[in-house]
Design a protein around this ligand. Structure first.
Ligand SMILES: [Zn+2]
Length: 435
C-alpha cells in the first residue's frame, strides 16, 4: 500500500469513526471485508489454525486476532493495543435548556479535553441510543447526524477585554452548545429529536420510545492533509484512532502465519476501568480461551509481547522549552519510543530493543520521548495491560501537536510508517524475548 493510499484510507476511517461506537463499526466493516468473522462471546469457539476472528465489548471496544499456523503458547502472541475513545463533550441525561430564547443542551466533559478549541466550531452529534419497540423489547442502534447542528460561540472580545490574557472556561456554564432559536417557551424534547433521527437512519428499527443514549458532540469539519507539501494530517480523534487504523492495516497485511492480535479499548481517556476498558477482563479472558488451559496460558504470557500504540507529543516550535532538548520528537521524524522510569509507560530495554531492530529492517526512523524531569508524565493502556497480564510491553506512538484538542495534527508519513513496523512485528519469525 502506498503512503498516499494509506492516508486516503486513514482520512476515510477518521470521517466514519466519530465516536468509539462508530470506530468499532468502522473497524468491523474492514475486518469482515477481509474475511474476519465475529466470535460468539457466549458460545464455544473451537479455534482452528488460520482462523481470523474478532469480538466486541459494549459496541465500543474491539479485539481481533489471527490464529497462526504455529502454536500461540509456544511462539507467542504478537499484540498491538490502542484506544477508541477521545476527549469530547457528551450530552447529559436530561439535557434540554432554554436560556435567553435559545435551545441548548447540557453537556458533560469526557476525558481531559482541551476546551478552548471547541468554541466557534460547526458541531455535529453521534453515538449510541437505546430504545423500545412496540412490543416493549429493548434495542440499541448507532446514530450520527452527519451535519453541523450546534455551535458554542465565543464571547466577543469587546465583552471581555482580558480574554487573551486570562479567559478561563467553566464547563458547567460556558460550553453549552446552541442548537436552535426558541421563539416560545416550549422546550423541544431531546428524546423525540433522537427518535426522528433513528427513523431517518434506520427506517425499519421499529422505535417506539427512546430510552437512553451516549452521545458525543464532534467537529463536522472533515479530516484533511495540510501544509505546503501536505506534510500534515489534521483531524479530530487522531489520539488514538490513528493508532487503531495503523494496527488494523498491519493486521490485515500480516502473513497470517503467527498468532497476531489487535485490541482497541474504550475508556482509556478516563482511566480504563470499565467492562470494555483495558482494566477490564476482555484481553486476558480472550487469551485464556485461545490458550485452552492455565498451563498453556502461562506459556503464552511468557512468549508474547504487546506494542501499545498511542500518540506522543511532538516538539512544538513555539513552546520548545516544554521538551527535554534531547527528546523532542519531530513530526514525520518517525514513530516515538516512549520511556518513563516511573512506569507511566511500559517500555523496557528488551521491548524497545526489538522495536529498534524491526524499524531498522523496515527502514523507518525511530525517535525517543521522555518527559522533562520537572514535569509530570501522561500514560497509556501499556502499563495497565502489562500489569494486568504480565506480558512484556512497549509504548510507542506517532508524534502529534494539540493532543486532546478538537483538531489535532500529525505528520503525514508517520502513520503509514507506524503501520509498516507493526506489520513487521506481526510477521516477526523469531522469538519475542532476547536469546
Ligand atoms: Zn491516547
Amino acid at each position: 500500500m502506498t503512503p498516499q493510499q494509506f492516508n486516503s484510507d486513514l482520512l476515510a476511517f477518521l470521517t466514519e469513526a466519530t465516536t468509539p461506537f462508530h470506530a468499532v463499526a468502522a473497524l468491523v466493516g474492514r475486518l469482515e471485508a477481509a474475511g474476519f468473522t465475529r466470535l460468539p462471546a457466549e458460545g464455544e469457539w473451537n479455534l482452528q489454525p488460520g482462523q481470523c476472528c474478532y469480538l466486541t465489548r459494549n459496541d465500543s471496544s474491539l479485539l481481533a486476532f489471527i490464529v497462526g499456523s504455529e502454536s500461540a503458547p509456544e511462539t507467542g502472541m504478537r499484540m498491538v493495543g490502542a484506544h477508541t475513545d477521545s476527549p469530547c463533550l457528551m450530552v447529559k441525561p436530561s439535557p434540554e435548556k432554554q436560556r435567553s430564547g435559545y435551545f441548548q443542551l447540557g453537556v458533560e466533559v469526557y476525558g481531559g479535553a482541551l476546551l478552548n478549541p471547541w468554541f466557534d466550531r460547526d458541531l455535529s452529534l453521534a453515538g449510541r441510543v437505546s430504545f423500545a419497540d412496540s412490543a416493549g423489547a429493548l434495542h440499541t442502534a448507532l446514530v450520527d447526524f452527519r451535519r453541523p447542528l450546534a455551535v458554542i460561540p465565543s464571547l466577543a472580545i469587546h465583552l471581555d477585554r482580558e480574554a487573551n490574557q486570562s479567559r478561563s472556561i467553566n464547563p458547567q456554564t460556558d460550553i453549552l452548545p446552541i442548537l436552535a432559536l426558541q421563539a416560545d417557551t416550549s422546550v423541544p424534547d431531546f428524546r423525540s429529536l433522537l427518535r426522528q433521527r433513528l427513523l431517518e437512519e434506520h427506517p425499519d428499527c421499529g422505535v417506539e420510545r427512546v430510552l437512553d443514549y451516549e452521545l458525543c458532540f464532534y467537529d463536522s469539519q472533515r479530516p484533511a492533509l495540510v501544509g505546503l507539501r501536505e506534510e500534515f494530517v489534521a483531524s479530530a480523534r487522531l489520539d488514538n484512532l490513528l493508532s487503531c487504523f495503523a494496527g488494523l492495516q498491519a493486521l490485515l497485511q500480516s502473513d497470517r502465519r503467527r498468532s497476531c492480535l489487535l485490541v482497541c479499548n474504550d475508556h482509556e481517556e478516563v482511566g480504563s476501568q470499565s467492562s470494555s476498558g483495558a482494566q477490564g477482563p476482555m484481553l486476558l479472558s480472550t487469551l485464556r480461551r485461545i490458550a485452552g488451559t492455565e498451563e498453556r496460558l502461562g506459556q503464552l504470557v511468557q512468549n508474547s509481547m504487546m506494542i501499545s500504540a498511542d500518540n506522543a507529543h511532538g516538539i512544538h516550535p513555539n513552546y520548545a522549552d516544554k521538551h527535554d532538548d534531547n527528546h523532542g520528537p519531530r513530526l514525520n521524524g518517525g514513530p516515538v519510543i516512549k520511556v518513563n522510569a516511573n512506569q507511566r509507560y511500559a517500555t523496557n530495554a528488551e521491548t524497545a530493543g526489538l522495536y529498534r531492530l524491526l524499524a531498522a529492517q523496515e527502514e523507518v526512523p525511530v525517535q525517543s520521548f521522555v518527559v522533562r524531569s520537572d514535569m509530570g508524565c501522561g500514560s497509556t493502556i501499556g502499563p495497565i495491560t502489562a500489569g494486568g497480564t504480565g506480558i512484556r510491553t512497549l509504548d510507542i506512538g506517532v508524534p502529534t501537536f494539540a493532543m486532546h484538542s478538537i483538531r489535532e495534527l500529525a505528520g503525514s508519513e508517520d502513520a503509514c510508517n507506524l503501520g509498516r513496523v507493526l506489520r513487521r512485528f506481526y510477521n516477526h519469525p523469531g522469538s519475542l524475548a532476547p536469546a
